[in-house]
Design a protein around this ligand. Structure first.
Ligand code: T46
Length: 138
């Protein structure tokens, strides 16, 4: 288990008169080395996803198209972050209970992760997550 963290980050826009470009680089503007990328799209109306936390995984979530709200909960903090621009990312580290909701019709949520998919890293029961919060309390 690592210390939980949920934090918005802004990326530099490398735009010119042709349009916009954003560059993400291991350990430079991303605080970890990327081992995996996945994306969530064509999400049906009124669908919420997530409802879990991770034990060790570090992730960076970016809505590269459309918008999505990410509800986050850890150590008595409860906050919803709106991802509505490709130059905004949400860093999630360790045991943060998160729910992705209010996907816009055209939403594409890209996620960069510091490790391969491992179901053993998931905490899918809220009760178990709650217990980790007691263990990781500062
Ligand atoms: C997270 C949020 C933001 C794989 O086989 N490989 C993968 O890399 C991923 C991400 C998922 N899967 C399988 C596991 C499930 O059978 O795909 C299925 C759907 O995954 P899940 O229900 O966990 O999806 P979400 O949208 O609830 O959560 C996902 C990530 O799984 C999770 O790590 O933090 O997006």
């Amino acid at each position: 288990m690592i210390k939980p963290k949920a934090e918005l980050v802004n990326f530099n826009l490398l735009g010119d008169d042709r349009g916009s470009l954003i560059s993400l680089e291991n350990s430079r503007n991303i605080g970890f080395d990327i081992k995996r990328m996945y994306y969530i799209y064509s999400t049906k109306k009124n669908i919420s996803r997530g409802f879990h936390a991770h034990k060790k995984l570090k992730q960076l979530l970016i809505a590269v198209s459309g918008s999505v709200d990410i509800y986050c909960e850890y150590q008595n903090k409860k906050q919803t972050y709106s991802l509505n621009s490709p130059n905004i990312g949400l860093v999630l580290e360790g045991p943060v209970w998160h729910i992705m909701q209010n996907f816009s019709e055209n939403a594409v949520l890209v996620v960069l992760a510091d490790d391969f998919y491992d179901e053993n890293d998931y905490i899918r029961e809220y009760e178990s997550f709650y217990m980790t919060q007691i263990q990781t309390k500062e």
